[in-house]
Write a protein that binds this ligand. Sequence first.
Ligand SMILES: Nc1ncnc2c1ncn2[C@@H]1O[C@H](COP(=O)(O)OP(=O)(O)OP(=O)(O)O)[C@@H](O)[C@H]1O
Ligand SMILES: [Mg+2]
Length: 410
Amino acid sequence: MDDLVVSLDIGSTTIRVVIAEYDSSGKLQIVGWGSAPSKGVRVGVITNMEDAISAVSEAVNAAEQMAGRTVTHIYTGIAGGSIECYNSRGVVAVENSGREITQKDVDRVLEAARAIVIPLDRQILHVIPQEYTIDGQRGITDPINMIGVRLEAEVHIITCSLTSTDNIVKCVNRGNYFVNEIVLESLAVSESVLTKDEKELGVLLIDIGGGTTDVLLHYGGAPYYTNVVPMGGDIFTSDISKVLNTPLISAENIKVIEGCCVASYIDPETEIVIPGIAGRKHKHITKRYLAEIIEARACEMFNLIANELKQKGYSNKFPGGVVLTGGSSLMLGIADLATEILHVQTRIGRPQGVAGLTEELRHPGFSTAVGLVSYTGIKNGHLNNRGKKGKEKEKKSGESLLKRVFKHFI
Ligand SMILES: Nc1ncnc2c1ncn2[C@@H]1O[C@H](COP(=O)(O)OP(=O)(O)OP(=O)(O)O)[C@@H](O)[C@H]1O
Ligand SMILES: [Mg+2]
């Protein structure tokens, strides 16, 4: 077993790397991290290979320096518009004459459940069991050693385009590192910001980054629905820049320092100065006007999410509330706006649950990079306990994905 777990989050705004090490008791402990401004990535997808490689190398080098270790293998994430999800079901007859369900039966039923038709340019990234049914009795989480004749499995299947994973692997390989596994980012984020109780009850995770907003609904302890909205905090910045005729860089500053998502929270008299473009005169606007610009777009984003959930019939599947994370979750008032539109309590999720988390790593922008470490730790049984069979099953699907991805490059 490699004694390092290295995660790489290729974000649209920032590339982040976290290095964790197994300590003497076999627990993971973060020993270094690094970040670099993102280059060559748009809306969660690599668009310029050379730029992306240099940004990834810069972030990895920074983390290596802090940890005093050399990185070879990396766990990385995938998000962006190429992600699609399905809920599927498989049914098999139990093979054993004594009707006792074995691992082989579980493998067969999961194999049956993953037999969906997907286009040639796509692949299955994860097959996650939601629940099993034995002879009509639902809600079984681990069917091994139980008695029955008919075994059914409900699973959540996540697929992605081959091109996206190929480009991620190529980018990492060109930096002279190897990809251990590619994980759906929101799945990784869930491990760093959600609690077990929330996942059981039903919780909606919304990771609002720079280029994308990743949505993952957990229900009954398992992922139920995945969605990627192709807009994030950068669209607030671009709106501010266009409406107020100010360069993107000053629009970003104004957003972070003065921005708010709920205009009514802001005193209508307070004014702020907006730098003019290309030497033009500064102008004064009210802080409330700025908030109105941001609020309009934030409402559009949450309404998109709410409408999609309504269409699928999932609007009441998250009584455990909404958890917002990602850099844009730091926007003032955003939790209140989410509560108003999605009609449930909302909290901001910061990375937790791994030893060695510093103040910088508790930033919501680090949820993916820390989550990838947690995800790996949980899968290998080094953070807390999860169903052994589930772990093995997920490992299997990860391996098969990578085998297929690697064959293009090795
Ligand atoms: N204090 C703040 N208030 C409002 N927005 C903020 C704040 N801090 C960061 N942001 C915004 O967060 C966004 C970046 O978030 P994050 O680092 O999670 O994105 P990313 O992971 O690089 O991108 P993505 O996940 O979309 O690929 C930027 O749009 C940035 O302006
Ligand atoms: Mg992100």
